[in-house]
Write a protein that binds this ligand. Structure first.
Ligand code: KIV
Length: 278
């Protein structure tokens, strides 16, 4: 296993030209198993809205939700670098609200940093959070909280004008002091230009291989997403089939009487493990 990843390692990885690998988690068990791998950071994403709640977007997720998920993830993976997503309307309304909510994700959610979607519209909020001493990861391109403005989950930054805005926003975020930027669903060429223009690393999702790292939703790579997930997500396991197979066997064993067996049953006169009678 590689050593545990820290804030300083984001820039270091970029300077050493070594990729950053990240996945999402929302609960204790998944975080535990991710913590047994070389994953560099865990994102407690507001993708929970879709993955955990079954909503069609991320907008319903609240600060309370992310606080709960993040503290469960911390318990599951005490050593991991954990980034908690700031949910829709938890930072847009005022800098005070933004700092207060970011603080909750760090103190109650026990995250190491927060992630914020958006560019020029939220620079002042990001600045305020950074001033409060909280590390921030930026997020540009297809920012899912703006899905209604984008008119759906579409590639962003295709036109010269949009690409220029994303590049300028990325440079400004770096100047403000964010430690890394997620680039979601933008063309390879734009991701490459942004990545080459920054000293901080970019972490891509659906934005091609030129980014300094890659992040995906864990449920997508494990084959748990009922819709199959986005086209850019590679499926590394067919966990849905594993679940269906295991559950079918359980039902079969209960119906046949083979579960529970004698070994899986407690009897009144049985000895306890310390040798005493119950
Ligand atoms: O909410 C999320 O999971 C994200 C992605 C970058 C994976 O923001």
């Amino acid at each position: 296993m590689r050593g545990k990843f820290k804030l300083q390692d984001f820039k270091k990885r970029k300077s050493e030209n070594r990729k950053i690998c990240a996945l999402t988690a929302y609960d204790f068990c998944m975080a535990h198993w991710l913590g047994q791998t070389d994953i560099d950071f865990i994102l407690v994403g507001d993708s929970a809205g879709m993955v955990v709640f079954g909503d069609e977007n991320t907008l319903s997720v609240t600060v309370d939700d992310i606080v709960k998920f993040s503290s469960a993830v911390r318990k599951g993976s005490p050593e991991s670098f954990i980034i908690a997503d700031m949910p829709f309307l938890s930072y847009q309304l005022s800098s005070e609200r933004a700092v207060e909510n970011a603080g909750r994700l760090i103190v109650e959610g026990r995250a190491d940093a927060v992630k914020i979607e958006g560019g020029s519209g939220v620079f002042d909020k990001i600045e305020a959070i950074l001033k409060a001493g909280i590390a921030v990861q930026g997020h540009l391109g297809l920012t899912p909280q703006s899905v209604s403005r984008f008119g759906g989950y579409r590639v962003q930054g295709r036109s010269e004008k949009d690409a220029k805005i994303i590049l300028e926003d990325a440079k400004k975020l770096e100047d403000l002091g964010v430690f890394s930027i997620v680039l979601e669903f933008i063309p390879y060429e734009l991701a490459e230009i942004v990545t080459k223009s920054l000293k901080i690393p970019t972490v891509g999702i659906g934005s091609g291989s030129a980014c300094d790292g890659q992040i995906l939703v864990t449920n997508d790579i494990l084959g748990l997403t009922p819709s199959g997930g986005p086209k850019f997500a590679r499926k590394y396991a067919d966990s849905a089939q594993t679940i269906i197979h295991a559950v079918s066997n359980f039902i079969k064993d209960v119906n046949s009487g083979s579960y529970p067996s004698e070994k899986e049953t407690v009897r009144t006169d049985q000895e306890k493990s310390d040798g005493t009678k119950k």
